[in-house]
Each structure stands twice: as structure tokens, then as C-alpha cells.
Design a protein around this ligand. Structure first.
Ligand SMILES: [Zn+2]
Length: 378
């Protein structure tokens, strides 16, 4: 009989649910329907998985990750040094947080995020200026060439006790999904439920070189080792090739030796079950971490995170460059086509117009490149 590992209710056709081993909010795709009942799945979803999603939402937006429930990415309310506030649409295009309206005589100038917002503003102003009510907006194109004259600092924060509960759940998910037994997991389940303190684990464990990811790979990894001899069951979870966590699944492990891994490149969507060679730290790592034994321990880890973050920002930069140039080229072609009455074939005039439009816009884009310099402060 399969049962919900949280409330132990038998899993039936009615209450069975599909649990993401790694939440889809951070790009996870692998699912299992033999782990949690609907109720427990949704309770965790609202609670700890939401905290995890919130913690990584800016990074997810910057990377432009594929998710099952399509939502627009909007990083909200970033403030420049001079105090102007912007949203980043699609994780990269700045737009003023609040729309601006300037009225000068019979001229009205409005900056809005999209047509919907523009319509709302026009309707709002229509009491004073009735002529604004019926303006046709269909001809207006949204323009993605928005550049700022000063950098937009973005803070990323990771971790915290609630987020860790969600991370521990990922490890338990994979362990049980791959045939592990519930016996011995009582302690970690209490941690996931928030009933027990969760300090016997390691946050920000350095990621071994072979698991760092190469070039433009960004990995979520879960790798689990159970040792019959040591009676330990330990998971190493890596998120975004950036944050490593050692989860102490059981210190009273009664099972046989168990090795299992799952790695997932969140950009290429490639999954792998290949065993991962990794030297699991022994029990000593938990006490070393607990005692905050040495500053050096934390410094080494902090420096590693910094290095990973720099690599990630380079990947983000490349992806943004591709998407920006793609956008410029596509909409420039559209504009040139329209200007030439949408001809069926490429005319010389069309090519000339396209060249003209695209080179101006690319020049403008290049001009603002130096503002996108990535700085990582930890
Ligand atoms: Zn349940």
C-alpha cells in the first residue's frame, strides 16, 4: 500500500497528487504521484514551497526559466541611487514602477507599462479631458528599447529556516521516489513540518568542482547516500549551481547501502540519473557547522558562492543579450515590413529600411552596455 509520507493516509485514486520533486517555481519538472496526498501537497505548497519560490524569484526571472504555469516575470520596485523606482519586465526591461503623466497645455505625455495600464490612465483622465476616452490604441506598439542612465541595483537573498524545510522536502521526495523507506525519517519529517529545530544540517556547503556546472549549465542536483555501516542517510542538494545544502535525513538509518542521484540542467532542461561521485562529508561536518567552529569554514563557503554568483551573472548576461538582440531584430523587421506595405518578397528598399532601423537601435543598445556591468557584493 502506498501512503502519504506526511499524514500517512493511504493514497487512492481520489486523493493522490502529483508532487514536484523539486518545486516547479524554481524550474523543477520531475514529478511523483506516490509521495503526498492532495491536501498535504497543497499545504506544503502554500507554506514552505512559497517561501522557497519567493527566495529565488528574482533569480528565476533573471534567468527566464521555463515553468509549467506561465507567468510574466516582473521584478518589482528596484530603486536607482537617485531614487527612481523601476520594475524589470521579463527580468530585464526596465519600466517605471508607477506610470508617469505629464500635461503641458494641450499636450499629454504618458509613460505606461503596457496598453492595459495606458487605457486605465486614459480612462482616469477622461473626466477632465473627455477627448481621451475613445482614443484608438491598436496602432501603438510597445517598445522594448528602454534604457536607464544609471545602474539598477538588484539584491538576491537566499536561505532561511522556512526555505530550508522546502529543501529538506526535496531530498525526502527523491529518496522515497527512488524506493527509500519511511523508517528512520521521523526526525527530518518533523523538521519539514516545522515542529523541530533544523540546525543539524549544513547550509551553504561548498559545491565540489565536478558539480559546479560548465559553460552555460545551471544545475539543480540532489544526491543521496545511505550507509548501513554508519547508519546515516545524507543528502546533498544544490540549487542553481549556487547554493549547496547537506541534509541529515537520518542518523538512525536501518536500511542497506543506498546511492541515488538526480541532476537537472534548468536551462537545457536535460535530466540525468547518472550516479554522481561526491565525497559525502562524515558526521563531523554537522558538528563543525553547528559549533560554527571556524570562521575559515564559512569564509571558504562564502568565497565559493561569490564565484558561482559571478558565473551565473555572466550566463544571465548572455541570455539577456540574446533575447534583447532577438527582440530588436524581429521588431525592426516588422517595422520595416509595415513601412513597405508588407511586401511578399524582400525588396531592396525593405532591406535598406531594415538596416537603417536595426543599426540605430543596436547602437543605442550598445551605448548602454557599460551600465549593465555585474557587480557581486556579499
Ligand atoms: Zn497527506
Amino acid at each position: 500500500m502506498q501512503q502519504c509520507y506526511q499524514c500517512l493516509a493511504p493514497l487512492t485514486a481520489e486523493n493522490r497528487s502529483k508532487e514536484h520533486i523539486i518545486p516547479n517555481s524554481i524550474g523543477g519538472r520531475l514529478k511523483s504521484d506516490k509521495l503526498l496526498c492532495k491536501k498535504c501537497n497543497s499545504n506544503f505548497g502554500e507554506d514552505i514551497d512559497t517561501a522557497l519560490a519567493f527566495s529565488y524569484e528574482n533569480l528565476v526571472a533573471l534567468l527566464g526559466l521555463e515553468r509549467e504555469r506561465k507567468k510574466d516575470y516582473l521584478i518589482k520596485n528596484l530603486r536607482t541611487e537617485s531614487g527612481n523606482s523601476y520594475h524589470l519586465v521579463d527580468g530585464r526591461i526596465p519600466t517605471p514602477s508607477k506610470p508617469t503623466i505629464e500635461i503641458d497645455g494641450n499636450r499629454i505625455s504618458i509613460v505606461a507599462r503596457d496598453k492595459k495600464q495606458l487605457r486605465e490612465i486614459l480612462d482616469g483622465q477622461a473626466r477632465k479631458y473627455p477627448g481621451l476616452k475613445n482614443i484608438d490604441l491598436s496602432g501603438i506598439k510597445s517598445n522594448s528599447d528602454h534604457y536607464l542612465s544609471e545602474p539598477l541595483p538588484l539584491k538576491l537573498t537566499f536561505g532561511g529556516a522556512t526555505v530550508f524545510r522546502s529543501i529538506a522536502k526535496m531530498a525526502v521526495n527523491l529518496y522515497l521516489h527512488r524506493g527509500g523507506q519511511l523508517t528512520g525519517l521521523e526526525g527530518i519529517l518533523e523538521v519539514i513540518r516545522g515542529k523541530q529545530k533544523n540546525d543539524n544540517h549544513v547550509h551553504h556547503y561548498r559545491i565540489p568542482e565536478q558539480l559546479e556546472g560548465k559553460n552555460d549549465e545551471v544545475y539543480h542536483v540532489i544526491t543521496i547516500k545511505g550507509s548501513a555501516e554508519d547508519k546515516t542517510l545524507t543528502a546533498f542538494v544544490i540549487l542553481f549551481s549556487l547554493n549547496g545544502f547537506i541534509v541529515n535525513l537520518s542518523e538512525d538509518y536501518q536500511g542497506t547501502d543506498f546511492i541515488n542521484s538526480y541532476s537537472y540542467d534548468i536551462l537545457s532542461l536535460k535530466e540525468s540519473e547518472e550516479p554522481i561521485k561526491f565525497d559525502y562529508p562524515g558526521k563531523a561536518v554537522f558538528s563543525a557547522y553547528l559549533q560554527k567552529e571556524t570562521e575559515a569554514f564559512h569564509l571558504v563557503n562564502l568565497n565559493a558562492i561569490k564565484r558561482h554568483l559571478i558565473r551565473l551573472s555572466a550566463i544571465i548576461d548572455t541570455r539577456h543579450t540574446e533575447r534583447s538582440l532577438d527582440g530588436i531584430i524581429n521588431s525592426s523587421l516588422e517595422e520595416a515590413m509595415e513601412k513597405n506595405g508588407n511586401p511578399k518578397i524582400f525588396t531592396e528598399q525593405l532591406l535598406a529600411d531594415f538596416n537603417n532601423i536595426v543599426s540605430k537601435r543596436v547602437a543605442l543598445w550598445l551605448e548602454h552596455l557599460d551600465l549593465r556591468e555585474n557587480r557581486v557584493n556579499l
